[in-house]
Ligand binder design. Sequence first.
Ligand SMILES: Cc1cc2nc3c(=O)[nH]c(=O)nc-3n(C[C@H](O)[C@H](O)[C@H](O)COP(=O)(O)OP(=O)(O)OC[C@H]3O[C@@H](n4cnc5c(N)ncnc54)[C@H](O)[C@@H]3O)c2cc1C
Length: 293
Amino acid sequence: MIPAAFEYHAPKSLEEALRLLNRHGSEAKLLAGGHSLLPLMKLRLAAPRCVIDLGRIHALRYIREENGRIAIGALTTHTEVLESPLLRTKCPLLPQTAWEIGDVQVRNRGTIGGSLAHADPAADYPAAVLALDAEIVAASADGTRTLRAAEFFVDMLTTALLPGEILTEVRVPVLPPGTGTAYRKLHQPASGFAIVGAAARLTLGSGGKVERVAVGLTGVAPKAYRAAAVEKALTGKKASEKLLAEAARHAVPQDVELLSDLHASAEYRKAMAVVFTRRALEDALARAQSKKR
Ligand SMILES: Cc1cc2nc3c(=O)[nH]c(=O)nc-3n(C[C@H](O)[C@H](O)[C@H](O)COP(=O)(O)OP(=O)(O)OC[C@H]3O[C@@H](n4cnc5c(N)ncnc54)[C@H](O)[C@@H]3O)c2cc1C
């Protein structure tokens, strides 16, 4: 359980980190909270020649409102997301999701940037950032670019980040009045990761009709995805428990490749995706109706 030898760098600025990343190329790995990378290195499933520790770049650790959105620095920990009064008031889906991640130690060290960049198929945040239509900012020596969450997750443990890029920021919307959100998760009992996780965001319009809805699912497939057929089945219709239950049946599209492992078969995951989507939608609707979000 001892990692292979590596060179260690602890830059104090993003510019310095980008220079190091450019210099060491594919031999380098970025280190944030270390809660995914270090276990891989100890098991020798990853053996980078050089580790660039982002932990001292304090400028990447913030949560602030900017231009009508909430910007979250990549090094913000899960606990900081969970406890942020700004997010709790204006975009509670992220704190609701952070609460479900691991345990206190994991939440105190793990970062939102590290979790998204790692793209574990059983991680929680991917479902939430998809449901929020979040923007993800990547920086490189050539400048920055902004990706939509829907284009960020490419495959299992694979994102749209290019070599030489560092994820620097996640931007989520300030949710409008009449919106409720919820994250519901079936935990893998040993690790706490998601066998299935469903994030829902639902805005009610006049007459109790569903004006806007988004559902993100994790744990079900090699990468998290938006349940577009569920959203279509709800949009413009008067919200009711029966409607939500019917819509949730579309949680797993035909073309989704289902994960299957010793924790849950493909069939079980599919069944649970429907159940947890329905529960997330019910909670989101109740919050939208009570105006509590
Ligand atoms: C016991 C345990 C239980 C856990 N349970 C859960 C759970 O229930 N739900 C859940 O979602 N997660 C869970 N996790 C994972 C945890 O949330 C991790 O913290 C997270 O997945 C990775 O974040 P990190 O900051 O630790 O990243 P690291 O481990 O430091 O890095 C992960 C990967 O991302 C890359 N990376 C990191 N930061 C950046 C960046 N800014 N830009 C580009 N690349 C970057 C690294 O190079 C590495 O490849 C658990 C972990 C443990 C150890």
